[in-house]
Ligand binder design. Structure first.
Ligand SMILES: NC(=O)c1ccc[n+]([C@@H]2O[C@H](COP(=O)([O-])OP(=O)(O)OC[C@H]3O[C@@H](n4cnc5c(N)ncnc54)[C@H](O)[C@@H]3O)[C@@H](O)[C@H]2O)c1
Length: 241
């Protein structure tokens, strides 16, 4: 029996990067995965079901979650992975970008937790995993507004874990360090020297991979993590600023 046999998982932002790997890993671990993204994408994996969804569209989110529930009879895991980042130093922060980051990184995930927890509760519980960031814990120059959204997700995780425990729902966050994704390539291009300095402060001496994050998510989604809730799991190679 695999880690996630018989589980139905929803992963947001699953067209590329970390979310894509989380969806792949969860399917490999035996789950049926509903992989949502703004971008349309395809997969050869019969256990991954791509869905076009803008998580900031509440009505569309409600409809998608209800249709998954009607089709499968249960939702066991939600991974709030979709996120956006505008890297700006304090003097350059633009209000529209900050508002958009809060919309996608905080308000939408909170609404997804609302919708999903109601459906999970009908079947006795589930696991919610929010993707935060090491920047919320350690801070990062040039990411003041972005790190504020990730700090909000961490606070939300802890409170939701307390509130939803009575419904059998565990809520945890994974806080990745620097992960080698499409986004990393862009970051490196814009400020390679800063990134090199940060890599030198990773105790394990390497960048993270999407697989590192995906493995942590599969574990938290599984019954092996049944006594773990309200936690922020750093997947950052023991990074320091
Ligand atoms: N890459 C890193 O180093 C790193 C580090 C720490 C935390 N994170 C977090 O991990 C998560 C994934 O990061 P990534 O590097 O894979 O990012 P990415 O930009 O490569 O992928 C994000 C995905 O989310 C989708 N998305 C964006 N807005 C959406 C919306 N409104 N509705 C639906 N989908 C939407 C995008 O289309 C994209 O496919 C994010 O929450 C990010 O903040 C990433």
């Amino acid at each position: 029996m695999n880690l996630l046999t018989n589980k139905v998982c929803i992963v947001t932002g699953a067209a590329q990067g970390i979310g894509k790997q989380i969806a792949n890993q969860m399917a490999l671990d035996g789950a049926e995965v509903y992989a949502c993204d703004l971008q349309t994408f395809t997969t050869d994996d019969a256990h991954i079901h791509p869905i076009s969804l803008d998580i900031t569209n509440s009505q569309a989110v409600k409809e998608v979650f209800l249709s998954i529930y009607k089709e499968t009879g249960h939702i066991d895991c939600l991974v709030n992975n979709a996120g956006i980042v505008y890297n700006r130093r304090i003097g350059m922060i633009m209000r529209e970008e900050t508002e958009r980051m809060f919309q996608v990184n905080v308000i939408a995930p909170l609404e997804l937790v609302q919708f999903c927890s109601r459906l999970m509760a009908r079947n006795g519980g589930g696991s919610i995993i929010n993707i935060a960031s090491v920047t919320a814990v350690l801070g990062s120059p040039g990411q003041v507004a972005y790190s504020a959204t990730k700090g909000a997700i961490i606070a939300m995780t802890k409170s939701a874990a307390k509130e939803l425990a009575q419904s059998g729902i565990r809520v945890n966050a994974v806080a990745p360090g620097i992960i080698q994704t499409e986004r990393f390539a862009e970051l490196y291009e814009s400020d390679g020297e800063k990134i090199e300095n940060r890599i030198q402060r990773i105790a394990l001496g390497r960048l993270g991979s999407p697989e590192d994050v995906a493995n942590a998510c599969s574990f938290l989604a599984s019954d092996k993590a049944s006594y773990i809730s309200g936690q922020i799991l750093g997947v950052d190679g023991c990074a320091s600023i």
